[in-house]
Write a protein that binds this ligand. Structure first.
Ligand SMILES: Cc1cc2nc3c(=O)[nH]c(=O)nc-3n(C[C@H](O)[C@H](O)[C@H](O)COP(=O)(O)OP(=O)(O)OC[C@H]3O[C@@H](n4cnc5c(N)ncnc54)[C@H](O)[C@@H]3O)c2cc1C
Length: 443
């Protein structure tokens, strides 16, 4: 039994809190969060803005009251200001200005991430925002209700930017999507896969400005224009979606970090000082594809790391098996899923990647309601280890990627997939299915 202090209570923090409260009720758990809500599912923001769901009510799965009912002491709208790691005391400020001194035996940092907002001229203008918190989603919705907001620039064509560009179109506004890379989703997919997504975005009215770098914003009070290295555009609103950086300043100088400032942890979630754990977007993750520590900000990683660290903080040894960065996106009905490394990322990481591609109808040609599926498997030329996989289709191919995720986790080779037992039923797939065919096509 001991005193556990948890700083941050979104996905990672809520997972850790529930693990502690459900399994180790004898501990004294104190939770602080600077926001006024917990467990907001940012993945629903674009669906909410695009009116694909009714409202934001269903986007929360826990609350301060729910955690209090299980026995936690919860301080909302309370910000951790500093931590004395030697004395094991955190100092926090409540909304009312009161200072709290919170002592602990074990500390779990779950302070998450913040959107990257580059320091470029005009960034302070009104109607330029990011989308991270529930409050950001509400603000974007309110702005899009105004008739004078006719043209919206989305900066960054990663999965959040692409989802928001779709949402803006669904709200009947002009959407300009800016991206320095030459395609959308360039971090997780190769151009072979993104070409179709880019076409679908363009076909649905998203104006693509790829290979174009935003340099400044113009306006008086409110944003009125955007300047890139290739041109100048009139815009009424800007959504910044160029990535996230870890919120780890509170531990600065005391805990080891990786390159981007995320807190370095081990497979039990332990940071570099005794009795300190870090989870979710503020911490590093072990990538089985890279076979090294890296940064992948995803809710799925946050939840798993919260569970792992909570057990270890309470005395049960549990090691994370690592992650593959599995992700998915669905835009105007077109679905893409990937895991591990795309060819470009694998080459950048120092591998000698080879790829094998295949495309086929999901089901035999005699079946109705049938679409093409594209698959690419990336593997290492030296070891033949599977490094990544990507699939794209109007079919729901989402469950397929989990198999590749496990293949990467287990260090499977491309050759082990060649004659893998894959069932056939016309309702679902083809006897010469695309996984087998892609694997057989590997050099
Ligand atoms: C628009 C959008 C869509 C997304 N879609 C997906 C998706 O489809 N799938 C997926 O897996 N992931 C998705 N993500 C990523 C996912 O939301 C994050 O990986 C996840 O929120 C990380 O959870 P976390 O708890 O580690 O950090 P955060 O969500 O950043 O939470 C950190 C918490 O710490 C609190 N905090 C920070 N500093 C302090 C302090 N000093 N004192 C007190 N409290 C503090 C904050 O208030 C916050 O509640 C999406 C993110 C966004 C923004």
């Amino acid at each position: 039994m001991g005193k556990i202090l948890l700083i941050g209570a979104n996905h990672a923090g809520t997972a850790a809190a529930n693990t502690i409260l459900d399994n180790y009720p004898d501990n004294e758990l104190t939770i602080i969060d600077r926001n006024d809500n917990i467990s907001y599912l940012g993945c629903g923001t674009a669906l909410w803005i695009g009116r694909q769901i009714q409202g934001s009510e269903g986007l929360f799965y826990s609350s301060a009251q729910a955690l209090e009912a299980k026995g936690a002491r919860v301080y909302m709208e309370t910000e951790a200001a500093s931590i004395d790691f030697d004395a094991k005391i955190a100092s926090a400020r409540t909304k009312g200005g009161e200072t709290l001194s919170l002592s602990y035996d074990k500390l779990i940092l779950a302070t998450g991430s913040a959107p990257i907002m580059p320091n470029i001229p005009g960034m302070e203008l009104a109607n330029i925002q990011s989308v991270k918190l529930f409050q950001d989603g509400r603000r974007a919705n309110e702005l899009l209700d105004l008739p004078e907001i006719r043209t919206v620039a989305v900066v960054g064509a990663g999965y959040i930017g692409v989802e928001l560009a779709e949402a803006v179109r669904r709200r009947g506004r002009r959407a300009l999507l800016f991206e320095a890379e030459s395609t959308s989703l360039a971090s997780y997919y190769d151009p072979l896969m993104t070409a179709e997504m880019d076409k679908i975005l363009a076909d649905n009215g998203v104006e693509l400005h790829f290979g174009e770098k935003v340099q400044s914003f113009k306006g008086t009070g409110k944003v009125e224009g955007l300047v890139t290295d290739k041109g100048e555009y009139q815009v009424d609103m800007v959504i910044m979606a160029i990535g996230f950086r870890p919120n780890a300043a509170i531990a600065s100088g005391r805990l080891d970090t990786i390159g981007n400032g995320a807190i370095a942890v081990d497979v039990r979630g332990r940071a570099s000082l005794p009795d300190v754990y870090a989870i979710g977007d503020c911490a590093s993750v072990y990538s089985n594809a890279l076979r090294g520590w890296t940064y992948i900000a995803l809710a799925t990683n946050a939840v798993r790391s919260g569970i792992v660290a909570a057990h270890n903080a309470c005395g049960t040894v549990l090691e994370s098996p690592g992650v593959q960065g599995s992700n998915g996106i669905s835009i105007f009905g077109y679905n893409m899923v990937s895991t591990g490394l795309c060819e470009k990322a694998a080459a950048k990481a120092g591998f000698k990647p080879l790829v094998t591609d295949f495309a086929a109808l999901q089901k035999p040609a005699f079946m109705p309601d049938n679409h093409e599926v594209k698959i690419r498997i990336v593997y290492d030329a030296d070891t033949r280890r599977v490094l990544g996989a990507q699939l794209a289709s109007f079919e729901n191919i989402s469950m397929c990627i989990h198999m590749f995720s496990l293949a990467i986790e287990d260090g499977a080779t491309i050759d082990s997939l060649k004659l893998l037992d894959i069932f056939f039923l016309p309702h679902f797939n083809q006897p010469y299915n695309y996984i087998t065919m892609a694997a057989l096509g590997a050099k």
